[in-house]
Design a protein around this ligand. Structure first.
Ligand code: ZN
Length: 324
């Protein structure tokens, strides 16, 4: 995904937590409120902070941004399932989840990256809290915020279907960057941002501001609002634990993201079926109306799921240190 898309998804995740807070158990509301109190100081840094994984770290080729599957008769069945608030999961036949997979390990590290960032955030805050004020060894809050933004980057990438598909859609086909370009252009068409200052234009509550509001209803982005309105974060049990919203099979951020990446891979094979009908060497999304329409129809689900994931990975990471 591209720079402003990453920041936009993260800003929407912040708003989603705010909107859903009253539906969460009272204890979780407290954690959510404290997390929001922290992260709401940083929205002006989201465009830069959520982009460091690409602009500075560039661990794309080592697999930091990807987790690539292929179907394989000699492979293994994945046992980590995305939770029910993942809407793309509901659009895939249940039997597809039982097909054995091979993971191309040389370009697959995304869940590892997210788990490591989540644990590092816990460590930074615990160490900070254990020290006297002004101790030179303490991390500062901006460092913690940057890690949350980097975590949002890798979490969002897990939802880009082609980040989880072992087939190459970058070269010679450019379907992968072309899809990401469509999202970036649409977000910037309806939400004003300053390229000079690398910031979205926010209202006085630090929320995104819609421009082109009269045409917004015609954009696929407007369907995201409906999906998020209907979304419910259902805990796996009544026990207040940091992993309570990550899904029944998942005990940590790594498990959760493996489940998400599995859904993304299956979504990719729905949009771009293995074996055709497209010629994958020359395919251009703008020239294939079926592919284009299917992609636009699925985009609200993909992007709403990415927003929900960032929200829940952030909240889980915050609860992880508070509950330790
Ligand atoms: Zn990335």
């Amino acid at each position: 995904m591209k720079q402003y898309t990453h920041a936009w998804l993260s800003l929407r995740a912040m708003k989603l937590l705010e909107d859903k807070m009253s539906t969460l158990p009272p204890d979780v509301q407290k954690y959510t409120e404290r997390f929001l109190g922290f992260i709401k100081s940083y929205p002006s840094t989201f465009v830069r902070g959520a982009w460091f994984p690409d602009s500075v770290i560039s661990d794309n080729l080592q697999g930091g941004h990807t987790w690539k599957y292929e179907f394989s008769d000699t492979g293994r069945v994945n046992n980590y399932l995305a939770p029910d608030f993942n809407t793309c999961k509901t659009l895939i036949p249940a039997a597809d989840f039982d097909k054995p997979l091979n993971l191309v390990t040389s370009i697959s590290a995304l869940p590892d990256r997210c788990e490591a960032l989540s644990q590092s955030i816990r460590d930074m805050i615990k160490i900070y809290n254990s020290l006297k004020k002004g101790d030179v060894i303490a991390f500062n809050f901006s460092q913690v915020a940057i890690f949350f933004l980097m975590l949002s980057h890798y979490t969002a990438d897990a939802h880009m279907p082609l980040h989880c598909d072992a087939r190459d859609f970058n070269d010679p086909s450019t379907v992968h960057p072309d899809m990401e370009d469509i999202w970036e252009k649409e977000a910037l068409k309806y939400y004003e941002a300053s390229k000079k200052y690398k910031q979205f234009d926010l209202d006085q509550d630090n929320n995104l501001r819609l421009i082109n509001a009269q045409n917004y209803g015609t954009s696929f982005l407007s369907k995201i609002d409906t999906l998020l309105n209907n979304l419910q974060f259902t805990p796996k049990s009544n026990k207040i634990e940091f992993d309570m919203y990550l899904g029944n099979t998942n005990k940590n951020i790594w498990d959760y993201l493996v489940g998400v990446c599995h859904v993304s891979f299956l979504t990719s094979t729905q949009l771009l079926p293995i074996g055709g009908p497209y010629d994958y060497k020359t395919i251009k999304i703008e020239q294939e109306s079926n592919l284009y329409n299917n992609f636009i129809n699925r985009s609200p689900n993909i992007l709403a799921d990415a927003i929900a994931s960032i929200a829940i990975v952030w909240l889980s990471t915050w609860m992880r240190w508070e509950l330790l």
